[in-house]
Design a binder for this molecule. Sequence first.
Ligand code: PHE
Length: 453
Amino acid sequence: MSEQNQSIHGQWSSRLAFILAVSGSAVGLGNIWKFPYITGVNGGGAFVLVYLVCILAIGLPILMSEIMLGRLGHKNPIATMKILGKRESGTTKWSVIGILGVFTGSLILSYYSVVAGWAMNYVLLSVQGSLASVDSDSAGQLFGGMVSNPINVFFWHSLFMLLTVFIVAKGLISGIEKSIRILMPLLIFLLLVLLVFSVINGEALAALRFLFSFNLDALTGDGFLVALGHAFFTLSLGMGAVMAYGAYLPKNFSLSKTAGAIVFFDTAIALVAGIVIFSVVFANDLDPTQGPGLIFQTLPIAFSSLPLTSVVAFLFFILLVAAAWTSSISLIEPGVAWLIEDFGFSRKTSTYALGGLIWLLGLLSVFSFNHLADFTFWQGTWFDNFDFLTANLLLPFGGLLITVFAGYILSPSISEEEIDLGGKLGYRIWLFLSRYIAPAGIIIIFLDGLGVL
Ligand code: PHE
């Protein structure tokens, strides 16, 4: 291993700072935009159950492994896996985990930025007062009008990419730590306000029934794959984001407590967002299966019946943008750290070069809702394909390689020291999940989802 025991980019100032940073990466559009809409499309309860099982049995052990590997390597994910692979098995081929991760992160950011752009556009709409009194018809028209205007989506996508590279170019720790400390608590507060609203005004019981009545027959093989993929997507796993952040984590912080807190936090936010959104959906006879536009059409209706409509809408979408922002930073950071460490470019050059490429690629998603809306193949539009390929295939595949490395290649004397799950039993549970349950779960769901089983 390298002699260095600290990353050249610095270290988190406290355990809380690390938890906030990884939570900032984890909590994003995945929780508030994607979770409700894929739950709607996949029929509710059974999907949620599979998702929760995937989070606990596959996501949590892999989250620990990713933090552990990052902390052992102290470098960008490509270099970290090269160093650890060489030391543990005499081959540098494990760096493929990092290479795949940089590729996957870039693909995700290219369409993530487009959706974050929609949220930015809604901030403006709320300032203009357009969200002050919407009903189910006008909410649909507002969303449709927005995405079908290519110049509009192009503009917001570009602005969001600029925001992202701006922070990353400044340096990770000062940029991220500061913003997340304020934004996260605010986001939670607003979600709780909306939760109270939805219990009083919406159909909260119907929402709970939809989310938690488990009828496994309703779920297709594809649904299993989407649930697995979303467990990775929402925890930012399988592409090195957490590994990159783990590299900045001091040795004396407890890994399992940290991972547990992040999983709890991320899952709670998704479930609360789900309750809020489906309460509104059922109270207004909206279609739960309408897809990516779901929150943009339901939330304005919820806001309309609150006092200070425009202010609440404004705050909410600002916070959604902020949550997306702290995630987008972590999507590009592994690639940037790699360009800096392995090629010697400056942080600025690395960030703007990679950011520019991702921005360009994002144009395919920008046009997926207008000019290229009819150009469909495999899963649908370019946007649909990027989403399916990355979330449902590339992230779980990256996770599979990570768990195989952590469970089989890394010597147990090292992992036992790192995985501080409260004694031998805790470690054995982690090892069992990492060696058998996580790999088997991913492979079976892959085969099932791709129609082989
Ligand atoms: N976890 C983020 C979200 O839920 C998305 C993300 C995926 C971020 C992968 C980093 C890596 O919005």
